[in-house]
Design a protein around this ligand. Structure first.
Ligand code: MOS
Length: 745
């Protein structure tokens, strides 16, 4: 019964789904096929607002392979589309957002107005241009910069006030306005749904979603079905960044078509449609005013923001929230309102709220540091707080100083010029910048099933999904450590609403929430194994569970390791082919609620600006995360790398362009919407404090996905200022905004 030491095995740093993903074995939503599958493509509006008077579908219907064209005039009734509560059955709720194919109204340019269904994608796609809608167009507004200036256009503001709002006597203050444009998620995988009515009241969906349970519940409530009659499969998700946190029009449209045609229907959002139909980070205007005394203590922070929403839904995010709690400051005022425009509804995008808010706050703090003639890191340390000043609770853990030490050392902060625009290398202006990121670290409820078989293998199941960060790897690692068994014998199954309920993957919460449930399931399993040993294994009957431990695939006496039995033998002895249990893990306990929990990050950028044309080249990046214990070093590092790439995009290249004379998105392609190129990404040093935060959960781990991005754009803007003396407060920082002479064409 001698087992070799498994320590090296359960810390093996591989992605458990890596091989399947790089070899194409892993299937994504649109790759699934069902017998008799039909293919659907959206026809979209080419006006921004108005009424559809008629849609001539006759030419399209006459084409080879076209099965149907569904639009408002022939769309079957959807229970959840019913606006009249009295007419809706109890288990039906009204569809939130745009009711696709339902009425003759156009609410934004590119809105789906009809669905062509054909026997192949090609035939469906080819039919689109034969469909002739007639509109009655109306006046519309898509111009945020213009519309926000009229207060009557804004929804009522949400305000927060702490301390005094009277002018405090300050040694230095900064007041500045910041703008970020609309950014789109642009994940690799296209949004897609396959809908199949297995029976009149039984729906099977393959759907690209960050939340199989959330989609299941929503579609059950929309079509008036018992939840158990809806199954949602999302085994692999090829990136989402928040865009798959809600069901967009593709889901009901596929369900409607599948029902009408009585066959399974696949609907894949095209790449251009990915820019208008699955949300975006809203455009935002912000004004930040910070005042400090001569020592650098913040005396007051005022943070005001407006972001856009659609005309038919309110979308808000926590843009100004960071100013309430990240730094010690007695007097804080915030004000946030939303501005409805004739656009589709935004959605959370990586670092929602904080990514926007930190750009303004962390830029303003940098500006203030120059006025105070203080190092910007020293200024942040001066205003450090271990107690959240908003709710007065201590942070469960906060190690920003360790992040600063690492970042300063590795980026070469000592070389940073204290006077901007004074450091040159090879004719290039060189600058250093840094900024901080922060995001809430929650812990919610989740259920996990654990099945330990008599072949020694452990299967864990939860209905969470994985949009790419590597959830199956991190959960397997948590189980391997809790069970003290090799990760190679563990399988974590997710992405199916039939599995025990779990959260949507969002808000950097999966590791904390589902990981805590995995940990609890494993501990429960260990207890069962100990009880089984006491009841069945020779020489164990006098021992208590406390006297036993489970490790190296054995149950053994803590006092005498020679008294042991391996798990496989134990299950056989007890005549059990498996132990099968499901546990329910709760949200934060009363003890955990005595703290306020966040993950933190700090980012360091060294860049070069060409004084001839203003072109910016990021030379070096150091990014640091303070997120508790790092479960999976490889996938955690990948999160940080992705955050840096997204952050460089936010800072330097990304902007959705809208033609406000038509309402049309002008750069709805990867060619025209600029995400950073490989050549724009330097070597990235990603580092973690890697200190368990045992106040947040029993595994000591917090989330990484959001803090990887949050603050990064400010670090770049601050470095650009340090290099050039030019402060750009409107993203992206394109060469023209630096005002250097233009390069000769
Ligand atoms: Mo994230 S924006 O919570 O997917």
């Amino acid at each position: 019964m001698n087992k070799k030491n498994t320590k090296s095995i359960f810390w093996e740093d591989e992605r458990v789904d890596g091989a399947d993903k790089v070899t194409g074995k892993a299937k994504y939503t649109a790759e699934h096929n069902l017998p008799n599958l039909a293919y659907a493509v959206f026809v979209t509006s080419n006006i921004a607002k108005g009424t559809i008077k008629n849609i001539d579908t006759s030419k399209a219907l006459a084409l080879n392979g076209v099965l149907d064209v569904i639009y408002f005039a022939n769309c079957p009734a959807v229970p959840g589309y019913n606006t009249n509560a009295a007419d809706r059955p109890k288990n039906v709720t009204e569809w939130r957002g745009h009711k696709v194919l339902y009425d003759n109204k156009v609410r934004f340019f590119g809105q789906p107005i009809a669905l062509v269904v054909a026997d192949s994608f090609e035939n469906a796609n080819a039919a689109i241009r034969f469909i002739k809608p007639e509109y009655e167009a109306e006046a519309f507004e898509t111009n945020f910069d213009k519309a926000r200036l009229n207060p009557a256009n804004l929804k009522p503001a949400v305000t927060y006030k702490r301390g005094s709002d009277t002018e405090v006597k300050a040694a230095a203050s900064v007041e500045a306005e910041f703008n970020i444009p609309i950014e789109v998620h642009n994940p690799m995988e296209l949004q897609a749904t396959i809908a199949y009515w297995e029976a009149e009241d039984k729906l099977l969906l393959y759907d690209k979603t960050q939340g199989p349970k959330s989609t299941q519940g929503l579609m059950a409530r929309t079509f008036g079905l018992p939840e158990k009659n809806v199954r949602v499969i999302a085994e692999n998700v090829g990136g989402a960044f928040g865009s798959s946190l809600r069901s967009w029009s593709n889901v009901p449209a596929a369900c409607i078509a599948a029902k009408k045609l009585n066959r399974p229907v696949k609907l894949v959002i095209t790449r251009p449609q990915m820019f208008s139909l699955i949300g975006y980070r809203p455009q935002a205007w912000q004004k930040v005013k910070i005042a400090a005394n001569a020592e650098g203590n913040f005396l007051s922070i005022n943070h005001e923001a407006i972001s856009n929403t659609s005309r038919y839904e309110d979308f808000r995010e926590g843009i100004v929230d960071v100013s309430k709690f990240l730094y010690a400051c007695e007097n804080v005022n915030t004000k946030y309102s939303i501005l409805p425009l004739d656009l589709s509804t935004p959605i959370w995008m990586r670092g929602p709220g904080e990514a926007t808010g930190c750009f303004a706050l962390e830029s303003a703090i940098d500006e203030l540091s120059y006025k105070l003639k203080m190092d910007p890191i020293a200024l942040r340390i001066k205003n450090f707080t271990a107690i959240n000043p908003e709710n007065k609770l201590p942070f469960s853990d906060i190690n920003l100083k360790a992040c600063y030490d690492y970042g300063m050392e590795k980026i070469g902060w000592k070389n940073r010029p204290s006077v901007p625009g004074t450091l040159k290398e090879n004719g290039m202006l060189i600058g250093y910048g840094m900024a901080v990121g922060v995001f809430g670290a929650g812990k919610g409820a989740a259920s996990v099933r654990a099945v330990l078989s008599n072949d020694g293998k452990l299967l864990l199941e939860c209905a969470v999904s994985d949009m790419g960060p590597g959830t199956t790897t991190s959960m397997s690692k948590i189980a391997a450590e809790a069970m003290q068994m090799p990760i190679t014998k563990i399988k974590f199954k997710l992405g199916d609403s039939d599995l025990p309920p779990g959260p949507s993957q969002g808000g950097s919460g999966t590791t904390s929430t589902v990981g805590s449930a995995v940990d609890l399931a494993c501990k429960t399993l260990q207890l069962r194994l100990k009880e089984l040993a006491i009841g069945n294994a020779p020489g164990f009957n006098a021992l208590t569970t406390d006297a036993l431990e489970v490790k190296n695939e054995m149950v053994l006496s803590k006092a005498d390791a020679s008294k042991n039995i391996d798990i496989v033998s134990l299950l056989k002895l007890a005549k059990q082919d498996k132990i099968d249990l499901t546990i329910n893990s709760t949200g934060k306990t009363p003890e955990q609620l005595k703290f306020t929990s966040n993950s933190f990050s700090s980012h360091y950028v060294k860049l070069a600006v060409n004084p001839k044309d203003g072109k910016i080249k990021v030379l070096q990046v150091v990014t640091t995360g303070d997120a508790g214990k790092i479960i999976s070093p490889k996938t955690a590092r990948s999160q940080m790398l992705g955050g840096v790439v997204g952050g460089i995009g936010m800072a330097l290249t990304e902007k959705l362009e809208i033609d406000h004379t038509t309402g049309q998105i002008m750069n709805a392609s990867f060619g025209a919407y600029h995400v950073p190129l490989h050549s724009q990404i330097p070597q990235i040093d990603a580092w973690f404090v890697n200190k368990p935060d045992m106040n947040v959960n029993d595994i000591g781990a917090k989330g990484i996905g959001e803090i990887a991005l949050i603050g990064f754009a400010a670090a770049v803007a601050n470095a650009v200022y340090n290099a050039t003396g030019k402060r750009v407060r409107d993203l992206p920082i394109t060469p023209d905004k630096l005002g250097f002479a233009k390069a000769k064409a």
